[in-house]
Write a protein that binds this ligand. Structure first.
Ligand SMILES: Nc1ncnc2c1ncn2[C@@H]1O[C@H](COP(=O)(O)OP(=O)(O)OP(=O)(O)O)[C@@H](O)[C@H]1O
Ligand SMILES: [Mg+2]
Length: 570
């Protein structure tokens, strides 16, 4: 799917034609869809019509079929995924492929949308695809980049962007050709308040006074509600359970919506879920003097168990932080290639002079605007990128073969010591099924963590520790992934994929856990489960880092670090 995803090859801006003919711009009639490999339909008996100029918010719990419905409306349900459909999806009264309507679909994972190396070429793709005259494309690209407040020019490398910038870039790509139907799948989920507001305004600006119809999917409804006039809600079974004017729908369906997990404005935030004892056993530090093989080190003299809780944890009482960044500077790789841009990109400084400490039994929240350097800091703490200057160092007892710099550790040593949940949740898929992914690190480390006393007991029995397989199942249950354990991880919804990444990152109880935006794309219930797990990892003694735009998650943290332009503000 391209950033300017379209279902036809003709430019059509003649929305009036649709109005005249009486046909809806888009319509579903008794539409059902069951993806291959699934016993249950993802969408059931969908009946709805979208007219030119309508502004619609599509809501529903994680996994309810919102993204699937957008793909159906865009006529691309069959692209990259098989399944059985029944009923109809029509554009201008005709099957999507013959309809002559132009559609811009912004996918949930913005990196899926990137098609070209330079920003300008990337944004131009949709315009070219729709046959926009060459002479108009440059101005359309510039206007779209301005509209989404993209911070770099058209010559910038489209790889060298933060998650939030990637989201804005993808949005520019779908807005530039001015499609008849604009379908946006969580366009602001990875943005801070200010950037999200800017993007909402730019969407409104882009469609204002036009007959462009908008369908936007978002979990956090509040900020979109004033900008739309209609709300459609799906339930967990892929059925439309509410469809109508915003105010009335919220009023008439308030209780069921909250029960279903929808973030209804004005309802207090959920509490983090209490996690059963034993689901995350106490964290142990791999022994420093031996190689990174956790198993052999444990059998020799037994692991050292971190006591739970912040104040009494070894990080605060013993040898200081588990991990520390000192005067950390990180430069994005300098321009190595020339991709038709006018001049080479100067090397970007992602982080400069950053000091940070990860302490056992404490939660550190890394905050800052889109592109501030949060993911870069998380990646550096996780040993995934070497510092350009300055250092990231583990405490002596966490060292592997005497080496304290995580980026020099073997991958096995790194995995045993630091759990990483990337911002791009699909980046860590290392198995053919959800179950395999969950257990991948445990198995790679030779069976995973045992209890200090070697006993195992199932979580269901109320035990304090269990074998990794039964803990994996309990985690899957908690995160609403049980029915998906046999699925390929790439077949998950956005929220499901992120929950899988969280579960996979912590099942082996690493002493340090770094989670990049772990609550993005979650409904109220799944948010509570993810937040509960973050706190449970802290209670188990891990040093936990979250990079987040989520105020409710950040409010749970013990320590805070605010970044701006790669520097620590406070
Ligand atoms: N290609 C596929 N193959 C099998 N199942 C799929 C596929 N794509 C989606 N699903 C399943 O269909 C259900 C609906 O997925 P969809 O992505 O539409 O949900 P969603 O409402 O957008 O969720 P989220 O809020 O988490 O993004 C999910 O349970 C998902 O696992
Ligand atoms: Mg989705």
């Amino acid at each position: 799917m391209s950033s300017g995803a379209v279902s036809t090859d003709a430019v059509s801006t003649d929305a009036a034609e649709t109005v005249m003919s009486g046909a809806a711009l888009a319509q579903c009639r008794q539409f059902c869809w069951t993806p291959d490999g699934s016993r249950e339909p993802t969408l059931r008996d969908i009946d709805l019509r979208i007219d030119a100029g309508e502004r619609v918010l599509l809501a529903g719990p994680s996994g309810s079929g919102k993204s699937t419905l957008l793909r159906a409306l865009a006529g691309v349900l069959h692209v990259g995924a098989g399944g059985e459909g029944s009923g109809e999806v029509l554009l201008r009264g005709r099957p999507a492929a013959e309809a002559g309507a132009s559609i811009g679909l912004l996918l949930q994972d913005p990196r899926d949308a990137r098609v070209a190396q330079s920003v300008g070429r990337d944004v131009a793709f949709g315009c070219e695809n729709l046959g926009m005259p060459r002479g108009r494309i440059g101005a359309a690209v510039d206007a779209a980049l301005r509209a989404v407040r993209f911070p770099y020019g058209p010559g910038h490398d489209s790889d060298a962007v933060s998650g939030g910038e990637a989201q804005r870039l993808a949005l520019a790509g779908v807005v530039a050709p001015r499609p008849d139907l604009l379908l946006l799948d969580e366009p602001t989920s990875m943005l801070d308040e200010i950037s999200a507001k800017a993007v909402r305004e730019s969407v409104v600006e882009a469609i204002e006074g036009s007959q462009i119809a908008l369908v936007v999917v978002e979990h956090r409804l509040r900020d979109w509600l004033p900008l739309v006039d209609r709300m459609i809600v799906l339930d967990a079974h892929g059925r439309v359970v509410a469809d109508g004017p915003v105010e009335q729908t919220l009023q008439d369906h308030r209780e069921p919506l909250v029960r279903a997990g929808v973030w209804v404005p004005g309802v207090p935030d959920p509490e983090p879920l209490a996690i059963p004892a034993g689901l995350l056993p106490p964290v142990r530090r791999p022994r420093a003097t031996l190689s990174g093989d956790m198993q052999s080190s444990h059998t020799e003299s037994g692991p050292r168990v971190f006591p739970a809780g912040g104040a009494g944890g070894p990080g605060s009482s013993g040898g200081g932080p588990l991990l520390r960044a000192r005067q950390l500077r990180l430069e994005a790789r300098p321009a190595l290639r020339f991709t038709g841009v006018r001049r080479p990109r100067p090397s970007a400084v992602a982080l400069d002079g950053v000091d940070a400490a990860v302490r056992a039994g404490r939660l550190l929240a890394v905050r800052g605007g889109s592109g501030a350097g949060k993911s870069s800091l998380v990646a550096a703490l996780c040993g995934l990128v070497p510092p350009t200057s300055g250092a990231v160092q583990a405490e002596t007892e966490l060292a592997a073969d005497g080496e304290r710099r995580p980026h020099r550790w073997r991958s096995r040593d790194l995995a045993a010591r630091i759990g990483w949940v990337p911002q791009d949740a699909a980046a860590n898929v290392v198995g053919a099924t959800v179950r395999e992914c969950l257990l991948a690190t445990v198995h790679a480390l030779g069976g995973g963590a045992e209890r200090a006393d070697g006993r195992t007991q199932s979580v269901a029995e109320g035990g304090t520790a269990a074998d990794p397989e039964s803990r994996a199942e309990a985690l899957a249950h908690l995160l609403g992934l049980t029915h998906l354990l046999h699925r390929h991880p790439h077949q998950l919804s956005g929220g499901e994929a992120r929950r899988l990444a969280v579960a996979s990152g912590l099942l082996h109880s690493p002493p340090v856990l770094c989670l990049d935006e772990p609550t993005v794309g979650q409904d109220r219930h799944t948010w509570a489960a993810v937040a509960g797990l973050v706190l449970a990892a802290r209670e188990a003694g891990a040093g936990v880092v979250v990079s987040t735009h989520d105020d409710a998650l950040a409010a749970l943290a013990d320590d805070h670090l605010l970044l701006r332009d790669g520097r620590v503000l406070r």
